[in-house]
Structures are given as C-alpha cells and as structure tokens.
Design a protein around this ligand. Sequence first.
Ligand code: URA
Length: 231
Amino acid sequence: MDRQPAAVPGEQVARAARGGGAPTAQPAPAPQPAVALTPAQRDERLKEMAAEVAACTGCVLAAGRTSAVFGEGSHTPKLVIVGEAPGAEEDRSGRPFVGAAGQLLTKMLGAIGLAREDVYICNLLKCRPPGNRNPRPEEVGACKPFLREQLGLLRPPLILALGSPATRELLQTRRGIMSLRGRFSRTPDGYRVMPTFHPAYLLRRPEAKRDVWGDLKKVAADLGLELPKRN
Ligand code: URA
C-alpha cells in the first residue's frame, strides 16, 4: 500500500519549514511532494533512472566500473538505507551491499525484524571508486541528483545513513559520524535521518557494534517495530 505519492522527477521537494538538518527527536512525516505521481509512474521512473545510471558518464568512475549499482528494495519502504559506494562484489553483481559488509547489514536489519525486501538499499555513489577509496567531492556532486530523486520517489519516513560520507552529504554538514551517530537528524529537504557506523567499519572495529545496536533499537522504536526474540 502506498503511504504517500511520489514527487515528479527532477522537481525539488519544498523544504520543510522546520527542517535545516538540526538534530531533533521529533517524529514527523517525510516532506510532501509538490506534484503526485501514481505508484505505476513512480515504479516506471525508478526503472528509467536505473537505466540512466547504467549509462551515466558524469564522472571518472564510469570508466572503471563493471556495473553501476542503482539500488534495490521496496518502493514503499519503511526505511531507506544509504551507504557510501559499491565495493568489488557490488560492482560485479550490480546489487548494493552483497559483500561482507552487506551480509552484516542484512544481519543488522534482521536484528530489528526487517528483511532486505522491507527496505530500500542504495548508495551515495552508484559506481565503485578504485580500491574503495573515499568518494571525491566532484563524484558526489555528479551522483547526488540520482540520490535526491530516488528519495523524492520513495519518500521514506526514515533514512539510515551508514558512515561519514553518506551522513555528511545527507545532512549537509562537515561534522563526522562520531558526533552525529545515534541521534535523529533532518536533511535540509526535511527527511529524517539516523546516522550510524558503516558495517565495513564494524568489520574492522567489532567493539563499535554495541553503539550500532543502540542506534538500531532507536530506529526500531521509531518505526514501531517489535524486536525479534534473540536466541
Ligand atoms: N559498502 C557500501 O557503502 N555500499 C555497498 O553497496 C557495499 C559496501
């Protein structure tokens, strides 16, 4: 069932009057689109966009990719997950978060009772940076219209931002993930965001899993999810 209509492609969603990216714990709906699309138009536009991303030559990363990774999941998601950029396995398969970090992400979602099909998973960059280096500003600049439009079509009640690059771009801040994670914040466009550590970081620093579990419990409570029993 559709919660809200989607935005017309390319159209800027009006800024929520109370927005501005300041941390807030106030639940509020996602910003309203100026013009509604039907679910079929939304689905069609997402399909078209995936083809546009596959053909994109907007930055140097296009030259090195095997596949662009557009994103996948529910088109009426409870939660949109925004990661950093595809890694080697994602570049090979064309699907987001299918490597080791992706397997951990799938477990993290499962811990709060969400399957991958319940959410929508995508990245800040749609193509793999060589050697998984950090995204460069010009790459983020070239790719961000895609993410902005994806969000406008999906209208998520909440975004889970994984790691610094995704969080900084969504919240339009230079602050790092250490100071931003664990608190509900709002993008300048009015989307609610919970920043947390990237699962790739958790693979290197398993002791940070405790913090992420705390963040995920806040997400579950916010979405009204009942936590599955842990065995
Ligand atoms: N890391 C990301 O940020 N995104 C992916 O899709 C895979 C790994």
